[in-house]
Design a protein around this ligand. Structure first.
Ligand SMILES: C[S@@+](CC[C@H](N)C(=O)[O-])C[C@H]1O[C@@H](n2cnc3c(N)ncnc32)[C@H](O)[C@@H]1O
Length: 233
C-alpha cells in the first residue's frame, strides 16, 4: 500500500524536524528502549536510527509513504550494521501483522494522522508480548484556532532557502484541517511551491486514557511529553 500525501513534505522533513521534536525524543526515548521494537510511522528514519542504535533487538520500521520510506531506506543503506536487523514494513499501522510479537511499540508524531484509533489500539495490542509496552509522544494543548498563515520554519540549503508555512483552516471536535505551503527560494524569488491540505485528529488526554484502558493497557511512569502504556500480562 502506498499513501503519499507526505511526498511534498519529504525534502523539508529532516530540516524541519531536526529543529523540532526529534532532539527531545533523542534525549527522552533511549532509557525506554529494550528488546525488539515495532516503530509505527518511521518517516525518514530519524527515530528509527536512534532505536536501532540503542537496542540490540530486532526492529520493525513501519512506514506507508513511499517518499518517506525511500529516505528511511537510504539512511539504512549507509548503515550496513543496521540492515542486519531492521525490517521496513511498507504499509499503514492498521495493516500490521508481525510474525511474532515485539517487546515494545514506539509511535512518534503519528497519533494525529490516524482516525480509527479503536482499530489502532486493538491492532497494536496484538503485536505486543503480554506485558509489552507502547510508547508515544503526547502533549495536551488547546485546540488551534483558524487564522492567518504563519512561517513554521526557514532553512538555508546552499544558495536556496527552504520555507514552510502553515495555517489552521477549520476545527471540528478533535478534527483539525490545515494548509501547509512548502517553498524554495533563490535570491528571494520562489522557484518551487507546493501546497498540501491535511486533516489531523487531536484527542484529549482523557479520551486517550479511556481508549487505552478499554484496549487492555495500563499507564506507567513516563518522561514529560511521552506516554508509556503497558499491555496486561
Ligand atoms: C510527522 S511524521 C513522523 C515520522 C517519525 N516518526 C519521526 O518522528 O520523525 C508522521 C509519519 O506517520 C506516517 N503515517 C501516516 N499515516 C500512517 C498510518 N496510518 N500508519 C502508519 N504511519 C502513518 C506518515 O507517512 C509519516 O511518515
Amino acid at each position: 500500500m502506498t499513501s503519499d500525501q507526505y511526498a511534498v513534505a519529504v525534502p523539508f522533513y529532516d530540516l524541519w524536524h531536526e529543529d523540532g521534536h526529534v532532539p527531545e525524543i533523542r534525549e527522552k526515548l533511549p532509557p525506554l528502549l529494550k528488546g525488539s521494537v515495532l516503530e509505527i510511522g518511521a518517516g525518514t528514519g530519524l527515530v528509527t536510527e536512534l532505536i536501532a542504535d540503542t537496542t540490540d533487538g530486532e526492529v520493525f520500521a513501519l512506514e506507508p509513504s513511499l517518499g518517506m520510506r525511500s529516505v528511511l531506506l537510504s539512511r539504512l543503506a549507509r548503515r550496513r550494521d543496521l540492515l542486519e536487523r531492521v525490517t521496513v514494513l511498507p504499509y499503514g499501522a492498521l495493516d500490521v501483522d508481525l510474525d511474532e510479537p515485539v517487546d515494545l511499540i514506539v509511535m512518534i508524531a503519528v497519533l494525529y494522522a490516524i482516525d480509527d484509533r479503536e482499530t489502532l489500539w486493538a491492532t497494536l495490542a496484538r503485536q505486543l508480548v503480554p506485558g509489552g509496552r507502547l510508547v508515544f509522544n503526547f502533549t495536551e494543548r488547546p485546540a488551534p484556532a483558524p487564522g492567518d498563515e504563519a512561517e513554521l520554519g526557514s532553512y538555508r540549503v546552499g544558495r536556496h532557502t527552504y520555507e514552510l508555512w502553515g495555517r489552521t483552516l477549520d476545527v471540528e471536535g478533535e478534527r483539525v484541517s490545515a494548509r501547509f505551503r512548502y517553498l524554495v527560494r533563490h535570491k528571494g524569488v520562489v522557484i518551487s511551491e507546493d501546497v498540501v491540505d491535511t486533516v489531523t485528529h487531536r484527542p484529549s488526554g482523557d479520551t486517550l486514557r479511556a481508549e487505552l484502558t478499554e484496549a487492555g493497557f495500563t499507564p506507567e511512569e513516563a518522561p514529560e511529553g511521552l506516554l508509556v502504556w503497558r499491555l496486561a500480562k
